[in-house]
Design a protein around this ligand. Structure first.
Ligand SMILES: [Zn+2]
Length: 282
C-alpha cells in the first residue's frame, strides 16, 4: 500500500470507528426513554406537556450535532476498562487527576461521558435558578441524552464494537437493530418506579457506568452463542436468540435510563429551589 492509500484507509477506519461509537440508543430509543422519564417526573414535579414534548423532541439532538461537530464524539462514551485503576477497583473520578496521570489527549480520546453528565447537570441547576427558559430546555435535553447513553453497556468499554473479541458489529446489532426489532416489547416493559435524589452527580454517573459495564460480557457471550446457533449474525433467528438472552438486560437498562434521566432533572430543579416556571413547571 502506498502512503496515500494507507492514510486513506486509516481515515476511513477512524471514521467508521467513530460512527459506531457515538449512537446511544438510536433516535427511537432516546425518545422512548425520555417519554417515560417524564411520566416518572410527574410523581415529583408538576411538569407541563409543552416542557415534556420539547425535551422528548430534543433528546436525540446531541447525536445529530456530533455528525458535524466531531470533537463532541467523546462526550457520548467512556472506555472505562482502558484504565488500570478501574480494573483494580480504584477508578480515579476526578478529571484533573486522571489528566495529570494520562494526559488530556488520552483522557479525551477514551471518552468523557461522566464529566459531561456532571457539567450539564450543573448547567441545568443554574438555568432553573435563573429561570432561563431556552437554557432549561437545552440542558434538560442534554442531561436526558447523556444519562441515557451511560446506560448503553457498549458505551462503557474499550471493546465497544466487539472488535477485540472477533464480534465486530455487535454495537449496532444490539443497540439499533435488536432495539428496533423489539421496540414494542421494550415500550410495554416500562414501569413506574420512584426517583432517586442525586447528591453527587459525578459519582452517580460512574455508578451507572459500573452497572452498565457489568452487562457487557453477557451481551458479548449472547452474541457469540446466537451467531453460532443461527450460523449468522444477521438473520431473524440470530436476533430472536440474542433477544432471548438479553431481553432482561434491555428492560433493566431502559427502565433505569428513564429513572435516572428523571432523577437528574428533578434533583437539579430541587437544588435550584423548586422554582415555578411558567409554561414548564406549575
Ligand atoms: Zn449519544
Amino acid at each position: 500500500m502506498n502512503k496515500n492509500i494507507t492514510q486513506q484507509f486509516k481515515f476511513t477506519f477512524i471514521l467508521f470507528a467513530f460512527s459506531i461509537s457515538i449512537f446511544g440508543w438510536g433516535k427511537t430509543g432516546h425518545i422512548n426513554i425520555t417519554k417515560h422519564a417524564f411520566k416518572l417526573l410527574q410523581q415529583n414535579m408538576n411538569v407541563t406537556q409543552i416542557y415534556a414534548d420539547s425535551i422528548v423532541n430534543k433528546s436525540n439532538d446531541p447525536d445529530i450535532r456530533v455528525r458535524t461537530i466531531k470533537e463532541q464524539a467523546p462526550w457520548h462514551y467512556i472506555d472505562i476498562d482502558y484504565y488500570k485503576e478501574f480494573n483494580n477497583l480504584e477508578m480515579i473520578y476526578c478529571y484533573d487527576s486522571l489528566v495529570s496521570r494520562y494526559g488530556e489527549n488520552e483522557v479525551k480520546k477514551q471518552g468523557t461521558l461522566p464529566w459531561v453528565i456532571e457539567r450539564n447537570y450543573n448547567k441545568l441547576i443554574e438555568a432553573f435558578r435563573n429561570k432561563h427558559l431556552t437554557e432549561i430546555l437545552f440542558y434538560s435535553a442534554e442531561v436526558a441524552h447523556f444519562v441515557a447513553d451511560a446506560h448503553m453497556p457498549l458505551h462503557a468499554t474499550i471493546n465497544y464494537d466487539g472488535q477485540l473479541t472477533n464480534q465486530k458489529g455487535i454495537h449496532s446489532r444490539y443497540e439499533s437493530k435488536l432495539v428496533g426489532k423489539y421496540l414494542n416489547e421494550i415500550c410495554k416493559g416500562f414501569y413506574i418506579q420512584p426517583l432517586d435524589t442525586i447528591n453527587n452527580p459525578l459519582l452517580t454517573a460512574f455508578d451507572i457506568l459500573d452497572n452498565s459495564f457489568s452487562f457487557i460480557n453477557i451481551i458479548l457471550d449472547s452474541d457469540k452463542k446466537a451467531s453460532e446457533l443461527a450460523h449468522s449474525s444477521e438473520t431473524d433467528m440470530y436476533y430472536g436468540l440474542l433477544w432471548k438472552q438479553t431481553d432482561y438486560i434491555t428492560y433493566i437498562q431502559m427502565n433505569n435510563a428513564a429513572k435516572f434521566v428523571a432523577s437528574y432533572i428533578y434533583s437539579a430543579w430541587f437544588k435550584a429551589g423548586m422554582p415555578k416556571i411558567e409554561k414548564y413547571i406549575n
